[in-house]
Design a binder for this molecule. Sequence first.
Ligand code: FES
Ligand code: MG
Length: 591
Amino acid sequence: MTDASDRPRLRSQAWFDNPDEPGMTALYLERYLNYGLTESELRSGRPIIGIAQTGSELAPCNRHHVELAQRVKDGIRDAGGVPMEFPIHPIQETGKRPTAALDRNLAYLSLVEVLHGYPMDGVVLTTGCDKTTPACLMGAATVDLPAIVLSGGPMLDGQFAGRRVGSGSVIWEARRLYAAGEIDYERFMQMAAASAPSAGHCNTMGTALSMNSVAEGLGMSLPGCASIPAPYRERGQMAYRTGRRAVELVLEDIRPSAILTREAFENAIRLCSAIGGSTNVPVHLIAIARHMGVPLDIEDWQTLGYEIPLLVNCQPAGEHLGEGFHRAGGVPAVLHELLGQGLLHGEALTVNGRTLADNCRQAGSGDRDVIRPFDEPLIHNAGFLVMSGNLFDSALMKTSAISRHFRDAYLSRPGAEGIFEGRAIVFEGPEDYHARINDPALGIDEDCVLFIRNCGPVGYPGSAEVVNMQPPDALIRKGVKELPCIGDGRQSGTSGSPSILNASPEAVRGSGLAVLRTGDPVRIDLNTRRVEVCLDADEYQQRLAAWEPPALTDQTPWQQLYRANVGQLAQGACLEPAVAFVRIDQTRGLP
Ligand code: FES
Ligand code: MG
């Protein structure tokens, strides 16, 4: 480490070592000394590194970070920095009502305020559960302070009755078996609990593992960070190295804006397709890009991501889970395959100061069943189809997760490949769906398309993971396990449902989805990427003209603020006024 006197002044010195304002300096110093820090630590020009702590007993997926932070602090200390851990608003995917998505922007907003307003020179972002990763990256992007991601890592692989069971994914399977009367409630709960055998986030390639992999692909974590299971020794070692590197990032003045470039986002889109990433990734990645001031839109997923093959054999699109993914080489091994095909911007800078190509050039797959060679993929064209039509401007379909059964039964009929025509069954939200799905009066059969609306960012609020709707129990007992589902909500990244989701604009903003009625004929064409309600044009226009927005009830002050300011899923569901604040901390030294 260089002598502190040779270096430019650190941002934190504006608080702790400011000769122009001795009174304020004393005021800042005295309270940070009162738990045992010494004046020399705070005044010697050592980088002060925040540790943005997302773990708590309310946030079990990230709980492990409470212990990992000790190893981060060891690393920061050994590299000559001073750690300061602080809490982030908890975002537990499975714990927050009405939905955790509501809190991503709240955690973002408070992180921006903390990073901007406190004496920090850099920050370690502790990530894991779904929305914690984007919230942290969005905040770091806006403030543009040197930042590095430390994932908490996935849980160990779940085992039940001699086979792997993945978090989330097994719940969808178990509820289908329970609905069909094939298992009782006790076994249903045993299956669910078996899928969460240790500390860590979901072990499937759901939103958490997808987003942490994408954070690594963006260059924001050290290579190999995303896939290390939470209880493995390497996780603590990664925490230590991440802490050390955070100090160096400050000394080298490497900021998110040097890493989160358009090229990095293009790399991330391709990586997302190759891993079979969650349909939530586009929402979050677009939000991070917008807060970084980088243009990225939903059509980029079609043009850059759709034709990328599925290389990672993990649930829900494949068989394995986090441990297998890690042993096979994790993210660097997938990037290695893409790099070999010229599909990455290899020159993109990453947080270790090296390029993406440098980091993954030697990183071949250690298990070719789990991470496939590029020319032996699980599925070709594994990205998202970006759909449009007269019901919405855009929506996503993750074709890689569609079951073979559904493909064979519906999408491979001679003369009508990729086309599904059926009758709309419309639900006004998850409560309405649960109340009526088994109502025989709806007459739901295999020629129906299930719709759910009022579940977008404004409607729910936050946007609910509800589009993966199960057919009525009677139909499941007849062997119809899936029906096409369409909605303005999202769905869990752990689900393999044939859904068209994230429809934007949402129904409560007056899209065509708002005027759809049960019984309307609907046509889905995957070839032209269109979804249409086949109505007479006059009738359709009359319905739109007669539509009135529903009254929405806010349960909390934040819900009201959120609804008033949030954008649509296709634009990242950002707080729109916040997007104007790009790189607010460009200057290192305050006065
Ligand atoms: Fe937290 Fe899946 S519920 S990672
Ligand atoms: Mg989720």
